[in-house]
Design a binder for this molecule. Structure first.
Ligand code: NAP
Length: 284
């Protein structure tokens, strides 16, 4: 019998996860179907009970439910607990187990762009202190070969300070104002934008000035619409290596798929299908 998978969120109609996962099931000849379930907030509990009753095999969780889902799970992976958010749920014999594949998805994608460059030699600056920053910061900090130092800068510095205080690893970290980060940019080998600044339709905005960008630095932006944000365009024009948010999106999905099926999907095919979908969206 075909197994049921999906993504829950509100709204969720725009999600690109269904085409990516359904294509992956087909390519691997697996009997699976992935659906986008839009759940209105006051029906959340009933909807989760419904998914359990239907014996859904696994599902992703997106905005605004990544934190709220946690109180409805039977078990939570330790890293997801530290991050404080769950984006993937696996149904193990009727028990819902929560994971967070956002951070690992991002780090896997980053490492493949860094190629053979040694992360332990790198000083990292994260811009932002929201949910995505938390997943990326904690995953990088607890990585088996972590960077030398991870600093944070955020529009609201208190949130960055809170993240640093909550960080489970013993890694050097400082909270900087945006202006301080801009002035000391020459120190950083990797700069990661985790804010929504520069995302469609506000494509003229950039979260940070890059005047003092270090030669050979890598600038990464987790936004994937557009594929090249203003920040990335500027970094490229200054000769930096760039990395966009597609890899994170695809890898978080691929890692979830692997947890559900114990099979690795075709990553290139997943990426291709998302790029095509984004291209199509641009034309609409
Ligand atoms: P979030 O929890 O709401 O955090 C938003 C962050 O952006 C905060 O640090 C916030 O700063 C900052 N910010 C928002 N508007 C700003 C502005 N006008 N000026 C300066 N800073 C601003 O959101 P999130 O879940 O972390 O998501 C952030 C972005 O990552 C979104 O664009 C999302 O689409 C993207 N994302 C991509 C992937 C992927 O797979 N590639 C996955 C998850 C998220 P304050 O703290 O000062 O409010």
């Amino acid at each position: 019998m075909q197994k049921l998978y999906g993504v829950i969120g509100y709204p969720v109609g725009h999600s690109m996860s269904p085409i990516m996962h359904n294509d992956a099931f087909e390519r691997l000849n697996l009997e699976g179907y992935y659906h986008a379930f839009e759940i209105v907030p006051d029906k959340f509990q009933t909807a989760i009970e419904g998914l359990k009753a239907l014996d859904i095999a696994g599902f992703n969780v997106t905005i605004p439910y990544k934190v709220k889902i946690m109180e409805h799970l039977d078990e939570i992976d330790p890293l997801a607990k530290e991050i404080g958010a769950v984006n993937t749920v696996v149904n193990e014999k009727g028990r819902f187990i929560g994971y967070n594949t956002d951070g690992e998805g991002y780090v896997t994608s980053l490492l493949s762009t860094l190629n053979k460059r040694d992360l332990t030699e790198c000083t990292v600056l994260i811009i932002g202190a929201g949910g995505a920053a938390r997943a990326i910061y904690f995953t990088l900090a607890t990585y088996k070969q972590p960077p030398k130092q991870i600093d944070l800068c955020n529009r609201t510095p208190a949130k960055a300070e809170e993240l640093i205080a909550d960080n489970p690893a013993e890694i050097g970290s400082a909270s900087l104002s945006i202006e301080e980060a801009e002035a000391s940019l020459a120190k950083y080998d990797i700069i990661i934008n985790t804010t929504s600044v520069g995302m469609h339709p506000s494509t003229d905005a950039s979260p940070l000035r890059l005047d003092y960008l270090k030669k050979g630095a890598l600038v990464s932006d987790i936004i994937y619409n557009p594929l090249e944000t203003k920040l990335l365009k500027e970094a490229k024009s200054r000769g930096a290596m760039i990395h966009n948010g597609i890899g994170m999106f695809v890898m978080q999905g691929a890692l979830a798929f692997e947890k559900w099926t114990n099979q690795r999907p075709y990553i290139e095919a997943m990426e291709e299908i998302i790029l095509k979908k984004l291209e199509h969206k641009k034309e609409e």
